[in-house]
Design a protein around this ligand. Structure first.
Ligand SMILES: [Zn+2]
Length: 262
């Protein structure tokens, strides 16, 4: 399931392949993927335009195509982008395809249809109206601000990291990874965390996301020291030798070390 690092890679892919290209034709192959915008409007507002800017916020990707006209992509569970030159290569689950003047094609594919393809007049308006939290890699999100946002909240740390309301972009996998590195139990109430523990969550959240962006930009596999390589009940913690346990937190399958995460 795409989280911030995966969407960052999609944003770079979009930028590399689709930026500066004029859209000759828009094909909506399955309109169930469209959000609030109707098919005819979607096609009319993008045909003849040119993608000029790509912006990512959390798990959202925005691409500008004209004044107050932005394409908005959310990748849901199985969303992906594909760029190719032969239209016979339309991916099996392509839902929307942009045919460019230069002969290239960019498809948004999504097998399970939990993703969204939509238009918005302004990404900042969208973020505000939908109360999407700050991007965890935004330099404006300093430790002090992170603490202040967390202090207003109640409940367990893991669902808060995943809520998209305090910070946006963290899903199940990297929430577990962040807490594993910060040595914090996923069910620990935020109002019972010390300032140092909150700092450890903040620091490791950014470290995990930055490392994952770098990893995904290359060809590397997850290192063995990461929890992601040990997501199995009874596995051995690569950090302390403790036992990895599985539980459900906020409806999501959660793995943690029963020894060093407190
Ligand atoms: Zn451990």
């Amino acid at each position: 399931m795409p989280e911030l690092p995966e969407v960052e890679i999609y944003a770079r892919y979009f930028q590399r392949h689709a930026l500066g290209q004029r859209i000759a034709r828009v094909r909506v192959l399955d309109e169930r993927i469209l959000g609030a915008t109707r098919k005819a409007t979607f096609i009319r507002r993008l045909t003849g335009e040119q993608f000029t800017t790509v912006r990512r916020h959390g798990k959202h990707l925005f691409a500008q195509a004209g004044e107050r006209n932005w394409l908005h992509l959310h990748f849901g569970m199985t969303g992906d982008l594909a760029y190719y030159c032969d239209p016979a290569e339309d991916p099996r689950f392509a839902r929307v395809v942009f045919d460019f003047d230069g002969g290239g094609h960019l498809a948004f594919e999504d097998m399970r249809l939990f993703g969204i393809v939509d238009l918005t007049s302004d990404p900042d308006d969208y973020i505000r109206e939908h109360a999407v939290g700050l991007d965890p890699l935004d330099p404006a999100l300093r430790l002090r601000l992170f603490r202040r946002l967390m202090e207003k909240r109640r409940g367990a740390i893991k669902p808060l990291l995943m809520s998209q309301q305090v910070v946006a972009g963290i899903g199940n996998l990297y929430a577990d990874e962040t807490l594993f590195r910060a040595s914090i139990h996923p069910l620990r109430p935020v109002d019972r965390m010390t300032p140092d523990e909150m700092k450890a969550v903040y620091t490791n959240m950014r470290r995990v996301l930055n490392e994952m962006v770098a990893l995904k930009a290359g060809e590397g596999d997850y290192p063995a020291r990461m929890l992601v390589q040990h997501r199995e009940e009874g596995d051995v913690c690569p950090r302390c030798g403790g036992e990895i346990r599985r539980t459900i937190v906020g409806g999501r399958t959660t793995y943690f070390c029963s020894r060093h995460q407190r």
